[in-house]
Write a protein that binds this ligand. Structure first.
Ligand code: COA
Ligand code: MG
Length: 325
């Protein structure tokens, strides 16, 4: 282990995260009643410029009036390059009461962006004598943000999670796609020529590098990596495949831009019973091995060693958080 201890962010379930436009008040109560882990009320890109002021007021009212239960509640503020952002922070923190848990910062480009919001939030928190510290969720969705992802992740003790914003990232990197998340038919591997034998074409995952890079930056700083939106809400199979790819790489959850995506995210990012049983068997086998003075043993014909303990413990603590004990 390194002598540097990575401090872990406030633990929260973040399997699913529902986007709710601040201008659509009729959705607020439905979001509060849903099974989602995190709700983010949006001041940014799901809200048209003419509706920015009203959306902010709606959000303030919703933070005061709606019973959000045990959900984590976040607000996505406007970008630092707009003139809406300072008032999002000031008005929402001054008038929104104590319920808000996190602020989501879109299009983070440099560590200074995070620093600037931290400064503003810290002042308002102190002025209103807020008891609960606001956490930050950062969306990594530009080439600049990805180039500086490590520095952004380390920029504030308020940071809790990094989110991959696939559509803005595609626009920023000029990737050849117009859809929100999912694969691209041109991003694939054609198997080698082998005489006249038919060749196979395997679709690849064009987001693999970006998500992996964000996962590493997040985990190296004790933050949760979360996969962003999948726009085609009429394609549950496509959503599940994308969510699984992100989950396998280490993401803790995925956004839902429609309520139909919540249950899929909750299920796919929860360890299955079989996973938990297997993890427990690994812990039992390693406990036995350690009693016998061994560092590595075999279980079901596979090697397990001290690294397996950490993997198994992670899985079991996630299962406990989900079942609430
Ligand atoms: N939160 C809570 N409830 C939602 C919801 C959301 N984000 N999106 C839809 N619903 C509700 C609808 O009100 C409807 O409820 P009802 O059955 O009581 O009438 C039900 O879920 C089914 O919705 P549907 O009619 O299929 O969708 P829609 O046409 O109303 O809206 C979208 C589709 C995509 C416009 C809408 O889901 C949306 O705005 N999503 C968020 C987009 C967003 O915030 N993007 C920014 C981040 S990428
Ligand atoms: Mg975006």
């Amino acid at each position: 282990m390194s002598f540097t201890i990575v401090e872990q962010a406030t633990p929260r379930l973040n399997r699913s995260e529902l986007a709710v436009p601040g201008s659509r008040t009729e959705l607020f109560e439905k979001a509060a009643q849903s099974d989602v882990d995190v709700v983010f009320l949006d001041c940014e890109d799901a809200v048209a410029p003419d509706e920015k002021e009203t959306a902010r007021k709606n959000i303030i009212q919703a933070l005061n009036d709606i019973d959000w239960g045990t959900k984590t509640v976040s607000v996505r503020i406007n970008g630092l390059d707009t003139h809406y952002m300072y008032r999002d922070v000031v008005d929402i923190l001054e008038q929104g009461g104590e319920r808000l848990d996190m602020i989501m910062i879109p299009k983070v480009g440099t560590a200074s962006d995070v620093y600037a919001v931290d400064m503003l939030v810290t002042q308002v928190e102190a002025a209103v004598k807020r008891k609960k510290r606001i956490g930050f969720e950062l969306i990594i969705e530009t080439a600049l943000g990805m180039a500086n992802v490590e520095a952004c992740a380390a920029a504030s003790p308020r940071n809790e999670s990094l989110h991959f914003g696939v559509a803005d990232y595609a626009a920023s990197t000029k990737a050849r796609t117009t859809v929100i998340g999912g694969p691209h038919a041109d991003y694939g591997v054609l198997t080698d020529k082998n005489g006249d034998a038919p060749r196979d074409y395997h679709w690849g995952d064009m987001w693999h590098y970006a998500i992996s890079r964000m996962v590493v930056a997040a985990r190296a700083n004790g933050l949760r990596p979360v996969d962003g939106p999948f726009g085609d809400f009429s394609d549950p199979e496509g959503y599940k495949a994308q969510a699984n790819r992100a989950g396998v790489l280490g993401c803790e959850g995925k956004w839902a831009i429609h309520p139909s995506q919540i249950a899929m995210a909750n299920e796919l990012f929860s360890p299955s019973e079989a996973d938990v049983t297997k993890a427990q068997r690994i812990l039992d086998a390693m406990a036995q091995a350690q009693k016998e003075g061994k560092g590595a043993v075999s279980l079901d014909g596979r090697l397990i060693d001290i690294a397996s303990i950490k993997q198994a413990e992670n899985l079991i603590s996630k299962a406990k958080a989900i079942s609430g004990n």
